[in-house]
Structures are given as structure tokens and as C-alpha cells.
Design a protein around this ligand. Structure first.
Ligand SMILES: Nc1ncnc2c1ncn2[C@@H]1O[C@H](COP(=O)(O)OP(=O)(O)OP(=O)(O)O)[C@@H](O)[C@H]1O
Ligand SMILES: [Mg+2]
Length: 283
């Protein structure tokens, strides 16, 4: 999204906010830190013409999740959301500082906390199956690298198999990874949720690919297998399915990036290693 103008006076008045200071810009929104009427700091996320999209259901997921590991959502309206300010650091910062496995352990704690107790009602959330449409609709360019072609074919059939045999389906954060978790006084909290219904083990799939800035380590089969062991045991999900979901999500991200017609992609080495770990893991 473009435009560094301040939030409108109408919006600030609507949420009773003052002292807006620019925080970040994303593809669909501008973010500011603001001060609430009670004097506490918060984050105001204001969406552009594309609207909130899947983040609307993300705010619903966070608002209904156990509060000790979810950012508080103070208020929303169709074009904006007011969210708890999370001081930090993020788990991405922790991993980038060389503490990847401690970050993985904290990420597991947040995932477990978000899913403690009974699952949320599923009505109204989009389905994980729909999110994978881009992978199934993807066209490979004539000059697509043969290794990429083979890996994407494998990942596609793996995704098809997983989606048609989902277990323990429930509302999920939908984009849980290191840089969507920041520290607050009460502990690490998730924010930036997408909100969808799918197999519980999918919640940890995307974090195998992240955080940004740790690419060499992320690709290491030793890390992939260590995460699979830690997270499957701690989150109570099947290790093989977790690895398969990680490969499927990696292929989906490649499909999104290709804008519909794939010829090459920098994540091929990671996809190949995720597939190989999934194919060779002892059940
Ligand atoms: N509640 C919050 N407290 C502190 N920092 C936040 C908060 N919400 C967002 N941020 C920071 O603002 C930036 C943008 O965050 P956000 O998660 O909204 O978008 P993104 O991850 O950059 O993009 P996308 O929406 O495409 O995932 C990030 O650096 C994030 O750490
Ligand atoms: Mg984010």
C-alpha cells in the first residue's frame, strides 16, 4: 500500500486515539503506533482499497483465542483494526540472533497456548482447501527447471492427499511464524492471523520456512528433522503429516510467488529437502 499520510481525524476520533506515529507499511495496510484514551500504547492497522481480506477472520481468531498467547484485539471496523502493542522482541529476532531452537520452543508454547481447550466454532472461517487453490491452478512454464517440476508435482499430490484426509480440523491462526510472534509482559503473543479452518498440524507448517534472514539454517535437513521432532511431540501431532504439510505449504508459497506460471524459484532447495525428510522419516 502507498501513502504515508496520517490516519484520518475521523478514524482517530472513532477509536479515541492520539499521537499516531508511523510503524510499518505492508502490501495492503499502513500501521501506526497510537495512544489510547487510557494512556496505553496500541497499534492501528488501516487497510487500503483491497480491504482486510483474510485478516478479518484473523482478528476473529485472535479475539476468541486464550488471551495469554494472543494479541488483544481492542476493536475493528471494515477498514481498520486496533490491536495491543507488543513490545518485542519477535521470535524472528531471537532466531536471527543465533537462538533458533529456543525460538522454536517458544513458538511451540504459543501454538499450544492458542489451541488449549476446546476448538473455536468453525462457522464462517474459510477452508484450508480453498487456500491451496493457487497450487492446483499453477501452470509450469515450458522452461521450468526439471527438478522444480518434479518437486512441485510431488508436493501437489502430497497436498491433495493431505487435504482429502484431514484430521482434527479447527479454526487456525493460519500464518503462525517467528515474525508474527512478539514478546509482551505476559509472554510471547501471536498477531497478524489469517483465520481459516484446517488440520491442526497445519498450524506449524509455515514456520519450517522461516524466519527470513536464516535461509542457510532453514534449508538444513538437521533443522527440519529437529523441528519435526520437537513440534510433533509438543503439539501432539503426527510427525510425518507435519513434515508433509511443511512441504505442501512451501510449494504453495512458491505457487503464490510465481503469479501463476512457474519457471524457477529460490525455495527449490528447501522444498526438495522438506520432501526428502517427509519421504524418509521413520514412522
Ligand atoms: N501488535 C503489534 N505490536 C508490535 N508490532 C507490530 C504489531 N503488529 C504489527 N507489528 C509490526 O508491524 C510490521 C507489519 O506487521 P504485520 O504483521 O501487520 O504485516 P507483515 O507481516 O509485514 O505483512 P503481512 O500482513 O503481509 O503478513 C511488522 O514489523 C510487525 O512486527
Ligand atoms: Mg506479519
Amino acid at each position: 500500500m502507498t501513502g504515508l499520510e496520517m490516519p484520518s481525524a475521523d478514524l482517530l476520533a472513532h477509536f479515541a486515539l492520539s499521537e499516531p506515529a508511523s510503524l510499518a507499511q505492508t502490501a495492503i495496510a499502513n500501521l501506526w503506533t497510537v495512544t489510547r484514551a487510557d494512556g496505553h500504547r496500541a497499534v492501528l492497522k488501516v487497510y487500503g482499497p483491497r480491504g482486510m481480506g483474510s485478516e478479518a477472520q484473523g482478528f476473529r481468531f485472535l479475539a476468541a483465542a486464550p488471551p495469554d498467547h494472543a494479541a488483544r484485539v481492542y476493536a475493528t471496523r471494515p477498514d481498520a483494526a486496533l490491536i495491543e502493542w507488543l513490545e518485542g522482541p519477535s521470535l524472528g529476532d531471537t532466531a536471527r540472533a543465533g537462538h533458533d531452537m529456543p525460538a522454536a520452543q517458544e513458538l511451540l508454547g504459543v501454538a499450544s497456548g492458542l489451541h488449549r481447550g476446546a476448538a473455536q466454532p468453525t462457522e464462517g472461517y474459510p477452508l484450508l482447501m480453498e487456500r491451496f487453490a493457487a497450487l492446483f491452478d499453477l501452470r509450469l512454464a515450458d522452461d521450468c527447471e526439471p527438478q522444480l517440476r518434479a518437486a512441485m508435482a510431488k508436493a501437489r499430490s502430497m497436498a491433495q492427499e493431505l487435504l482429502s484426509s484431514q484430521v482434527d480440523q479447527r479454526p487456525l491462526h493460519g500464518d503462525l511464524h517467528h515474525d508474527n510472534i512478539r514478546k509482551a509482559a505476559r509472554g510471547y503473543c501471536a498477531f497478524d492471523a489469517k483465520g481459516l479452518v484446517g488440520e491442526r498440524s497445519y498450524e506449524l507448517a509455515n514456520a519450517f520456512r522461516l524466519p527470513k534472514g536464516c535461509e542457510e539454517r532453514i534449508c538444513d535437513p538437521g533443522r527440519i528433522l529437529a523441528l519435526a521432532a520437537l513440534w510433533s511431540a509438543g503439539f501432539g501431532v503426527d510427525r510425518l503429516r507435519l513434515l508433509q504439510w511443511a512441504a505442501a505449504k512451501c510449494a504453495l508459497s512458491i505457487a503464490w510467488r510465481s503469479k501463476g506460471r512457474l519457471s524457477h524459484d529460490p525455495e527449490l532447495p528447501l522444498l526438495a529437502n522438506l520432501l526428502s525428510c517427509a519421504e524418509n522419516v521413520d514412522e
